[in-house]
Each structure stands twice: as C-alpha cells, then as structure tokens.
Design a protein. Sequence first.
Length: 103
Amino acid sequence: MRLLRHRSEPANYLCSLGAVPVAYGNGLADRIVPIADLRAAELGVIFAGHDRGFGPQLAGYAQLAADGRLRVRIDQSCPLADAAEAHELSDSGHPRGKLILRP
C-alpha cells in the first residue's frame, strides 16, 4: 500500500478557479456539509422528475414523429435572449402550445 501525502497549502491556480483547500486529518468528517437536506420533503420541497414507466408510450410518440404523423402545436418561438419572458409565459399556465427558444 502506498500512502500519498497532500499539502494543505492552497495551490494558487486551483484557488483562482474557486477551489477551497481542505485540511486532512482528525475532524474531517465533521467538516463535511451535505448538499441535500434529507428532510427536504418534510420541509415542503417538491421533487419533479421523469417516470421511467413511460418508455413504451414515448416509443409510440417517437414512431409517430418518424412517420410524420405527430403534430406539435407551437405557441411561440423566440430568441434565447427572451428566455425569461418565455419562462414567465410558461409559469402562467397560459401557453397554447410549446415554447421554442432559438440560439
């Protein structure tokens, strides 16, 4: 087994990129801060994600698109610079189709 030694002095380049030096040794575990609170749901945080059970349904939509039989209604197409306004429209619940952001 080889032990590697690390210096606790900050390397200027890494610090310029935003790195924070960590002193190793006793108490390291006590200094670790979690990035997610395991009580999030209890505190009212709502999680959103994809349900993996929709695979067959999505495959059907992909086939419709490939066959040219899937029509998607577009409400608005706008430049990426107007993304904030597009988000406001989306959050309002009033778009009558998809919102497209162009580069």
